[in-house]
Structure formats: structure tokens, C-alpha cells
Design a protein around this ligand. Structure first.
Ligand code: SF4
Length: 380
């Protein structure tokens, strides 16, 4: 367990009103300040000549990395510090690996399917993380996917669980992770993989693998390869392994829907992924083509970005300039989210200052209303 500043402070001279209290020899103005720095691991305990050995012992244990990180051809697994994502963040997402056995009749087809498998989600291109080649004298060359022999894989410092029974596997996964994180027991510090043998019913496989991905497999290894299963797991994984302190964001650029031309409608929003996909879905289903200008806003939604000064008139003018958008279109009306209606004049002024002649139209507050808005939209 990590120690809090208060737990550390209890061992220092000031807490005991002892001699040398707040002596500043550690470089901090008070013992409490030093304790808080130690809790964040921003100071060395030896900087205080009066820290008792008992504190040194428990502090050293609390700083120990509970789970090892193992790197396979640049793929990192393990290294987790917490049981629950909201406590801090998860470090390395559960890797998805497939075994390719040369004794399988159709291994060439399977390899081709694995190589060709790719999904794009929230601007991330997702592929199988690792192919484990079994019974191959020489590993075939594979495009853009890490590979390893079965023998090498078995020598990695990982703990493997062959899945036979759901309760047994899930209990073992939870118990290992708790012993590693809560007790920092070195015997349980190895990252854990779950191995699924061939021919498991796909529904059951999907249910089990989804659960183990959440709690607490560092890697899932499949003898079978199924695109739908892997796509489902990758989608779940992307949601579980995002950093709760960092909002999901998409690239700031100009997106096109239904082959727009120079007279098409122009919308604008920020690069917060949820807002982007809500608007993009609506624009895609419109009977008319359109552009969507996405401004950089550190992944904040429009109103949050405006209040944090991440959506400003200067930023909008800069984005239009950056993409030379004025040269691409004849349309000179940009539809902004209704929540930003108060910015109309400020935006037009800044756009004019930047030497551009776009006017601002106030759009809808909610994305679902875009379709009705477009039906009633008339060029002035
Ligand atoms: Fe307190 Fe130790 Fe720092 Fe002195 S050196 S202020 S006793 S923590």
C-alpha cells in the first residue's frame, strides 16, 4: 500500500514534538512538507537524518513496484500499480495474442486473416498485439505485427493460466493481482496471461475473455482467431484502459462527410471524442455533404473548452488558416455549436483580423437536432 503524507508525518520529529522538529535539514520548511513530498515520491527519505528505521522500512516497501513490466518486441505488459482505474490509471493494456500452429491445416489462411485484421476506433488503429508461432523451425515474416516462437514465449517471466473453468481462473487472477498490489508480495509480481485452447464456444469465449480482460489478465492468448471476438475485446479494452484523467480526443483537422464540394455546409466543434462522434454520426447520415472543422481543445467538450480558454476566437482563426480552408471552399458560413452563441461577434472579429471573410451561424445545442436544423437551414 502507498503511504499518505499523514501516515509518514506520524514518524517524523514534529509529530512527536521532539528535538529537531522542522529543522529544515531535508530542504523542506517543515516535517509535514517533507512528508507530503515523500508521499509523492518527490524526495529521498535519507534527506532527513532523523527519520527512524521503522519509517525507512515501511516507506521502502510502499515504494516497491508491485508488478513487473515485461517487454516483448516493444510490447509492454504488466507494471500495474492499482486495483481500480479510478485510483490512478492502468499502465499497460491487456495484450491480445494468437497462437499459430504449423500443424493446423489452414495456418496460411489464418495468418493472412490475422495480418489483414485491423480496426480503427477513436483515431487508433488496432491490430493483434502478438503472434506466437508454434512448431515452426523458422518464424515466417509478418507485416506490422510482433511475433515470437512458442518456445521463447514459454521462457518469458510471465505466469500462465490455462483456462478450464471460469470460477477457478477468475479467482486466481483476482487473488494474484491483490497479493501483488495490496501485499506487494514478490511471488506474485509476474504479469499474468490466460491461455484459451481451441474450439471453445465463441459466446462463452467472449464472455470469459471480457471478464478476464477487466480483472486482471495482462495478456489473453487464443489458439482460435475470430475477428468478431477480437474486435469486441479491443473495443472493451479501449474503454477500460483509458486514463480517466485524460479525456479521449480525436485529431484536430477538417473532416469530410458525403463528398463535400466548395459549396457544402461547414460545421465546427472541438476535438473531444464524444462530441466529435455524436456530431460526425449526424453529419454522416445527412442527405447533404458537409465539412466538420475540429479545433484543438485538449479533448475538452465545447463549453468546458470555452471556459478553460481552450476554445477561443484566436484558436478558431488559427485553425482556419492552418488548413487553408478559405482557399478550399466558396461557402463563407461556419455553423458553430449553439452553446457558443455568445461568441459569434468575437469569432467574426478575430476571423476578419486574420484576413478571412467567414461569417458565423449559430447551430444546435445538441447533436441530435442537426438533421432538423439542416432541413430548415436557408442561406441568407
Ligand atoms: Fe523534519 Fe527531518 Fe526535515 Fe528536519 S530534516 S524538517 S526533522 S523532516
Amino acid at each position: 500500500m502507498e503511504l499518505s503524507g499523514l501516515q509518514i508525518f506520524k514518524y517524523l520529529p514534529a509529530a512527536k514534538k521532539a528535538e529537531n522538529s522542522n529543522c529544515k535539514k531535508c530542504g523542506c520548511p517543515t516535517c509535514m512538507a517533507f512528508a507530503l513530498k515523500l508521499a509523492k515520491q518527490n524526495a529521498k527519505i535519507d534527506n532527513c537524518p532523523y527519520a527512524p528505521d521503522e519509517l525507512k522500512g515501511i516507506y521502502e516497501t510502499s515504494c516497491k513496484q508491485p508488478q513487473n513490466t515485461v517487454e516483448i518486441e516493444g510490447l509492454k505488459i504488466g507494471g500495474e500499480n492499482v486495483l481500480y482505474r479510478h485510483e490512478k490509471t492502468f499502465i499497460n493494456k491487456t495484450a491480445l495474442a494468437v497462437v499459430l500452429d504449423k500443424t493446423e491445416n489452414n495456418w496460411q489462411d489464418k495468418l493472412k486473416r490475422i495480418e489483414n485484421f485491423e480496426i480503427t476506433r477513436v483515431s487508433e488503429i488496432l491490430k493483434i498485439d502478438l503472434i506466437i508461432f508454434k512448431n515452426f523451425e523458422e518464424i515466417p515474416s509478418v507485416k506490422n505485427i510482433r511475433s515470437i516462437s512458442f518456445e521463447e514465449f514459454n521462457q518469458l517471466p510471465l505466469k500462465g493460466i490455462v483456462d478450464e473453468n471460469f470460477s477457478k481462473t477468475s479467482d486466481e487472477l483476482i487473488s494474484i493481482r491483490k497479493k501483488a498490489i495490496l501485499e506487494k508480495d514478490e511471488k506474485f509480481a509476474e504479469p499474468v496471461y490466460v491461455y484459451f485452447r481451441q474450439n471453445v464456444d465463441l459466446n462463452i469465449l467472449c464472455a470469459k475473455a471480457s471478464y478476464y480482460l477487466c480483472k486482471y489478465a495482462n495478456m489473453l492468448v487464443f489458439e482460435d482467431f475470430d475477428e468478431a471476438l477480437i474486435s469486441t475485446l479491443m473495443t472493451l479494452r479501449q474503454n477500460i484502459f483509458t486514463d480517466p484523467q485524460k479525456p479521449l480526443q480525436v485529431e484536430s483537422k477538417i473532416y469530410e462527410f458525403n463528398n463535400p464540394d466548395e459549396n457544402s455546409l461547414i460545421f465546427m466543434t472541438t476535438n473531444f471524442a464524444l462530441t466529435f462522434y455524436a456530431v460526425a454520426n449526424e453529419l454522416e447520415s445527412l442527405p447533404v455533404p458537409s465539412y466538420l472543422i475540429v479545433t484543438p481543445a485538449e479533448g475538452m467538450s465545447v463549453l468546458t473548452a470555452w471556459s478553460a480558454e481552450k476554445f477561443t476566437a484566436v484558436m478558431v482563426a488559427r485553425t482556419l488558416k492552418k488548413f487553408d480552408f478559405a482557399d478550399k471552399v466558396k461557402n463563407r458560413k461556419i455553423i458553430i455549436p449553439g452553446l457558443l452563441s455568445h461568441m459569434k461577434e468575437e469569432l467574426e472579429e478575430e476571423i476578419e483580423n486574420a484576413g478571412l471573410d467567414f461569417k458565423i451561424v449559430i447551430g444546435t445545442i445538441e447533436a441530435f437536432a442537426i438533421s432538423d436544423f439542416v432541413k430548415n437551414y436557408k442561406e441568407e
